[in-house]
Structure formats: C-alpha cells, structure tokens
Design a protein. Structure first.
Length: 228
C-alpha cells in the first residue's frame, strides 16, 4: 500500500466573526490533517462551522488564530497575490450554486481558469473539451448553462475545478440541488476521479448518499471537531 503524504494541516485554527457588536466564534481551535488522495466529508448541523472550514481550506478566508499549511507551506507567509495564484493552481472549488458564467458555453466556462493562467485560447479549449468528454458532457460542449440540467451544470462545475489539475477539490453540498439518481451519479463520478487521478476531495454535506460513500467523516458541532 502506498503511504499517503500530508497535503493540508490545520493547527489550532479559530475563526471569529462580528455581527454588529455580537462576537461569533465559527471555529474554535481546530486541529486537522488531510492527506493526498483523501475522499472525505465535513458534516454537522447548520451553524456547526462547515462552511467556515471550507472557506478557510479553500483560502477564500483566513483564520483569526492558528495556522494552515499546504504541503508544508504556511499560508500566512504568502501575499494576497501569492494566495490567489496558489488557489488557482492547487485548489479546485465546486460551489453549491455552480457559479457558472451564464453567457459562456460549457467549454468556455471550463476553459476560463486556464485562460486566467495565460494559457492560449486554443490550448485551453482543447483541454476543456477533453475533460468535459471525460465527465460525460462531450455532446454538450457548446450549450450554455441555461440549456443544461442541474446534473449537467454540476458536471461542468467539476470539469472546471479539474481543468488546472489541482491537488485538492473542495465541494460545498455537491448533491443538494440534485435528485437522488443524479446525485448518486455525481458522487460516483467524483469517486472515479479520486481513484483514477488521486485527486483529494473534501465535501461539506449532510446528504446520507455522500456520507455513506466517503472514506472518512469529520463531524463538527459548535465550531469544534467532535469526531473524525
């Protein structure tokens, strides 16, 4: 068995927000280690800190206290510009509402992150077409989001997250807007990608279909990990 390498470490991570004069501790001294190739879910009731943890792991937000390290690199040592570059190259994000650009076709949506990296349009579109075909949308390359079903939009979002060949993909409630059959198809697709590409997947979910199919579950309650 190949030993997994540590990909991500959270050490004493806390996050505090202020709602007016009210202080809200969304995460409290969280310690967590995630290895390359993991396929795991973050679970917990509403308000437990799931979304906050996902925002911190995806480098969209920064902790109030504690440290986050990616492959030994301490995120707090990076500039804002370096964080943006790091996130674009190393992290793929699948948003709950897909976040597709309405005026772009499926292939243009998927190619967009590569063009942000200054790849040529020709190369970006070629790779986007290949990865859309891989996720089962080879016949829908030129369809805009308004002409795609929920499951097809989710596949476009997954393809867009994969296009930069990231080490980790973070998906927020990936099945919440899908019917049971389509949700299971999306889970199986992500399992296949995890097994074949060894991409690390982290989900925020309370869907039993997701929870039953991951390798491990991290359960949050009141901003603290109660089981892992």
């Amino acid at each position: 068995m190949i030993e997994k390498k540590t990909l991500l470490t959270l050490s004493g991570v806390s996050k505090t927000y202020f709602l007016g004069s009210q202080k809200v501790k969304a995460l409290n001294k969280v310690d967590l280690e995630i290895s390359s190739g993991d396929f795991l879910a973050i679970a917990g009731p509403s308000g437990s800190g799931k979304s906050t943890m996902l925002n911190l792991i995806s480098l969209i937000d920064t902790p109030t206290h504690g440290e986050i390290k990616y492959a030994g690199v301490n995120v707090k040592d990076l500039t804002d510009n370096e964080i943006t570059i790091f996130r674009n190259q190393k992290i793929g994000i699948v948003f709950q509402n897909y976040n597709l650009i309405p005026v772009l076709s499926a292939i243009e949506n998927v190619a967009f992150p590569l063009q942000l990296q200054k790849k040529s349009k020709k190369e970006s579109m070629k790779l986007a077409g290949e990865i859309l075909t891989e996720v089962g949308l080879g016949e829908h390359l030129n369809h805009r989001p308004s002409n795609l079903s929920g499951g097809q939009k989710q596949r476009v979002a997954i393809a867009r997250a994969l296009i930069t060949d990231p080490e980790i993909i973070i998906a927020d409630e990936p099945t919440s807007a899908l019917d049971s059959k389509t949700g299971m198809e999306i889970i199986n697709l992500m399992k296949h990608l995890n097994e074949t590409k060894k991409t690390t997947f982290i989900f925020s979910s309370h869907d039993p279909k997701v929870i039953d199919n991951v390798q491990s579950v991290i359960t949050l309650q009141d901003g603290e990990i109660i089981s892992a």
